[in-house]
Ligand binder design. Sequence first.
Ligand code: CA
Length: 732
Amino acid sequence: MNARIVGHVEAVLLILILLFIPGYAAIMRAQHPAATAASANSAPGANVDSAKIANADTDPGEWLSHGRTYSEQRFSPLDQINTANVKSLGVAWEYRTYSVRGLEATPLVADGVMYITLAWSKVIALDAKTGKELWTYDPKVPGATGRYACCDVVNRGVALWKGAVFVGTLDGRLIKLNAKTGDVVWSIDTVENHMHTYTITGAPRVMNGLVVIGNGGAEYDSRGYVSAFDTDTGKLAWRFHVVPGDPSKPQENAALQAALKTWDTTGKYKFWNIGGGGAPWNSMAYDPQLDLLYFGTGNGNPWNRNLRSPKGGDNLYLSSVVALHARTGEFAWAYQTTPGDTWDFDSTADVVLADLTIDGKLRHVLMHAPKNGFFYVIDRATGKLISAQKFGIVNWAKSIDLKTGRPVENPDARYKEKLTVVYPAATGAHNWQPMTYDPQTGLVYIPAMDAAQPFIGSSSIDYHPHAWNLGIDFAAISDAVLKLIQSGQAPAPAVGFIKAWNPVTQKEAWQVSMGGSWNSGLMSTGGGLLFGGDAYGMFSAYDAKNGKRLWNIDLKTGILAPAMSYTIDGEQYVALLAGWGGAGGLSAFRDPNTALSKYQTNQGRLFVFKLGGRQIVQPLSPEGTPPVDPPAMTAAENAMTAKGFTLYHTTCLVCHGFFAQSEGEVPDLRLAAPEIWSQYDAIVLDGALQDGGMASFKDILSKDDVTAIRAYVLQQSHLAWDQAHPAAGHKP
Ligand code: CA
């Protein structure tokens, strides 16, 4: 045997020996982590489980769960980007999503792969360092589903678990994907009754091998519930209904049996037929020590309690934070923020867990700043209220009684059938856009709004399945608002802020004005920074101590989604989706400074930033605004505009805006292209544009109704033409 062959054999033996020394193999893996992530059988995030998410702070370079940790603080400990160097932050790469609807997702990052969701529940996997697209998944949500989503066809993100990606779809499916390939592992229908209207827009959360998701739909005809499914099989493990069902039948559990006593079951409009509401469509948090899962519940359905539960009552568990034992779904406790909700005061804003020293004692608390304008600090083991204070303009209640935990209501705010202006608005003093708790400053940062809501209650409901059933007279409200505008007494326009809130003293530390009202969620970091964006497309970093703006960049697309942060190869990145929409962005009536009116475009983009990033943010070309050139109006059309006004504001307002004026992401009907005016029946009754999200309304509207709506929109189009061409006189 010659020396070369001996050397070769020895080398092979050495390799074999080394491979069987576990310690050496571990060293090799540590030196080549990318090789591990890319190996044939291991998907990104293969090691993500309850322990890994609970210990997220030991690996702050990843972002494995919606709010980063189970506590949902949205605080990234990363500090490479900090107050001293943030000036040099710039775009590392940009990914165009080719979507024109709202983007609300928090990107997740595991093993160097980023997962985002887009409008219509699409999922994208990207190389988190380069932005290279790895795979895309389109669940092919039918366009007609757009009608069943109150507040845009949005999605707030995925959950990761043991090499799988979970996404909820707008039409109510929960889908498990292979994190490496995007292939479907299983897909289940979470909708228990398709006679009612359910959506999913929220991000799932996973703990103990159960993937949990809540459903939306409380503006329509739904009974809210949250469900947990086995991550391996997709089998339903438990389901908790937020409100009681048919009172003639046994309720599903003792908590609902108790809740039933807080509803009037003798009303003409049987709430269990319309649904009752309470949709838990957004927030969740989890305490692994207590094994309690917390989620926020939505408004009553219909909104108007006078019709839903005419003799009053708290209507448990609407507008509440509910705690369940996570493994079994058994009820632990609930705290109702708005008893007997009648104002669309969802309590679905994020739930944030923290340990705070209050009156010298360490308290394990839950913090919550829902639509109703109060900031709550609650003992998260017992559900007992510790403190609550207003963080914005509130007129529906004076204060929260700490002994009873109940609001001291302003009785005038419970509207009847005449105009009543309530603060906050139905969009809330704080909506789904997440706040963040920074343990370094001890402050909570809230994307807050001050906005007024005009209410006029209906005296009855013309109940339609799969339609908005609110018990609110939007035609009368529109008429009243028009008169207020004409007399110069319109309510003040909505305004937005970042409010820094001290949860211990329940006092504001500082605030910055945001110009627009409907702005982005927030993230705080170990670098002493607070990141947030606005409706104009401006993304900024603030000094978390005092709100001083240290850096900003114009992304040229309005921003709703919160930023997140991660590291690759020791370098810190900040990622953010830009794409305006949601409840406040569909039509955005009379918000003169929206992203859309500024750039006339809403093309979605993902931006990733790093120190020294040099990519230029290019404005995307406008999609083109059709000229205002409406056809002439006939005498018969002029005669039906009043009927059209009422029908439009009852059926079309929510997406297309007051007075058919839209400055949001949904088309301004007054600016329709010439051929559209002859296709109203085909579009509104036959669903010709349903693939784009404009469903058929033939179950609600007749041919005569559509003719009247068209006449009203045409009248508005002529008014717009006249305003745009003052020298030309009236458009005939
Ligand atoms: Ca709602």
